[in-house]
Design a protein around this ligand. Structure first.
Ligand code: NAD
Length: 499
């Protein structure tokens, strides 16, 4: 492919559509991987290949590092206001193409058009944050003793990299790109090999927005590319978003080559429901949280901790979940292997004595796709795999306890710590619970407590390795380094130990 060769994606419905192959984007050129190896990109709604993705290796990463290093020399010297202008233009272009970008997400990932559009709009919010950085990144200065000032400024790090998961092909890369690129770095992105298409379209929009060649690069592929990104000493910082197993591996491996690293991992989110919870808010919210994006969100509810007698709420959640239509209200699961894994959690819980209140197994929408409907399991215990492992599907496990303190202890005993919510109409209960849960993102009467900009996104414990959050101001700080400059304004002749 030559420059400016990524066409628009023409689909305007769920009907199967093909798209171009996702090759690499290095130094502004679309290039096939050195080993010329490709893998199919499957549309999970239809179970058919809609494109191919380059499966690159270490040489492709080295080529991207060389191009990024070159681009960094001039990009890092642009004033931050100029760098931010690209993101103002990108926002307009994304708004222009929002439906096209949403259909692309929907086809490669499977989530519904509405969910896909919400994802792209959230990506635009991240771009807006990038636009606002020149107003916030002013650093600081202080006269620290007579005639001596200290100043702190935020400077780019160099060539940096990001690795993304399959569940948010557009938004997760946009968690990283604005802060890193407005911060003055040159970026190498490795999208998930399952969903590489949104980002090749975005590369074209970056070009249209006026981003110089080599500032944003894409190396497509899987594990081999990630390992090369971790090992390459030409890369100075790396952020990863994906499962806890891989997050831990990447954290160790990338740190070993001296990089700054931040790795966000998986989750097991507990929603605590107490008897005074508002029935309609709770029902809508709990169901939306565990079924949205077919449960394939790191913020999805996975355990409903039912405190005391909340049978009326459980009945309402079951009725609402059973009324949802797959294919329309929720999309497919990403792969057959993921679907098999989800089904095995349900089968196993049932064998161990859990009651399947709503059974999504065996439901299908479009032929060939990977489908399961909302599933509600009652009488689950924390020692069952469904009670403590990440399922990543539209499955909610109900664990019954007698007191709020038991609910808190249950949540805290789980090694993950991404999100947790409390449903109550009592301010006192909300305050008590929110201060005791072991999770980085807490909701009160909200099932997906994503901290929107300017707040930073990030969990605790086994849901994150490294310090700080990936979005908001912490994101900018992750992708920049603080330089401290101390100046003695008068040429004083006196000498102290600090002279
Ligand atoms: P994954 O860990 O399988 O893959 C993530 C990335 O790592 C992909 O780009 C993949 O190519 C690469 N990869 C896979 N195996 C690797 C290996 N052995 N070595 C090096 N790289 C490897 O995750 P996924 O299935 O794409 O995404 C779902 C997971 O991501 C869930 O666990 C979900 O909770 C998590 N997630 C977390 C957040 C968060 O903010 N904490 C956000 C989205 C998704």
């Amino acid at each position: 492919m030559n420059a400016a060769a990524v066409p628009t994606f023409g689909a305007k419905s769920n009907d199967f559509a093909t798209y171009i192959d996702a090759v690499n984007y290095i130094g502004g050129e679309w290039t096939a991987p050195v080993a010329d190896t490709f893998m199919d990109v499957i549309n999970p709604r239809h179970g058919k290949a809609m494109a191919r993705v380059a499966m690159s290796g270490a040489q492709d990463v080295a080529n991207a590092v060389a191009a990024a290093k070159e681009a960094f020399k001039t990009w890092s010297q642009e004033p931050i206001r100029e760098r931010a202008q690209v993101f103002y233009r990108l926002k307009v272009l994304m708004e222009r193409d929002v439906d096209e970008l949403a259909w692309l997400v929907s086809h490669e990932n499977g989530k519904t058009f509405g969910e896909s559009k919400a994802e792209v709009l959230k990506g635009i919010e991240c771009v807006e944050y990038g636009c606002s950085l020149p107003q916030m990144a002013g650093g600081s200065g202080l006269e620290v003793s007579r005639g001596v000032t200290c100043q702190q400024v935020y400077e780019p790090i160099g060539v940096v990299a990001g690795v993304a998961p399959f569940n948010f092909p557009s938004m997760v890369p946009l968690w990283m790109l604005p802060q890193a690129i407005v911060g003055g770095n040159a970026f190498i992105l490795k999208p998930s090999e399952q969903v590489p298409l949104s980002m090749i379209r975005m590369a074209e929009l970056f070009r249209e927005a006026g981003l110089p060649d080599g500032v944003f690069n894409i190396v497509n592929g899987g594990k081999d590319v990630v390992e090369a990104l971790c090992d390459d000493e030409g890369i100075d910082a790396l952020a990863f978003v994906g499962s806890t197993r891989v997050a831990k591996l990447v954290y160790g491996r990338a740190a070993a080559s001296g990089k700054r690293v931040l790795c966000l991992g998986g989750a097991k989110n507990h929603l605590i429901v107490v008897p005074d919870a508002d029935p309609s808010v709770t029902t809508e919210n709990v169901v939306a949280s565990f079924t949205g994006c077919a449960g394939q969100r790191c913020m999805a509810a996975s355990v409903l901790v039912a405190v005391g007698d909340v049978q009326h709420l459980i009945d309402a959640v079951a009725e609402r979940a059973a009324s949802m239509k797959i294919g329309q209200d929720l999309g497919p699961i990403t792969t057959q292997a993921s679907l098999d894994r989800i089904n095995s959690f349900i089968d196993d819980a049932e064998k161990r004595g859990a009651k399947v209140l709503v059974d999504g197994r065996g439901q299908t929408a479009d032929a060939g796709g990977y489908w399961i409907g909302p599933t509600l399991l009652d009488n689950v215990s924390a020692d069952m795999p469904a009670g403590h492992e990440e399922i990543f599907g539209p499955v909610l496990s109900i664990i019954r306890v007698d007191t709020v303190d038991e609910a808190i202890a249950l949540e805290n005993s789980n090694p993950y710590g991404n999100a947790s919510s409390i449903y109550t109409s009592s301010g006192e209960v909300a305050r008590y619970v929110t201060r005791k849960l072991e999770a980085g993102m807490i909701g009160v009467n909200i099932g997906v407590p994503v901290p929107r900009e300017p707040f930073g996104f990030g969990g605790w414990n086994h849901s994150k390795f490294g310090s700080g959050n990936i979005t908001g101001w912490d994101g900018f700080r992750f992708w920049t380094r603080a330089r401290k400059i101390t100046t003695k304004w008068a040429l004083q002749k006196d000498a102290t130990w600090m002279s």
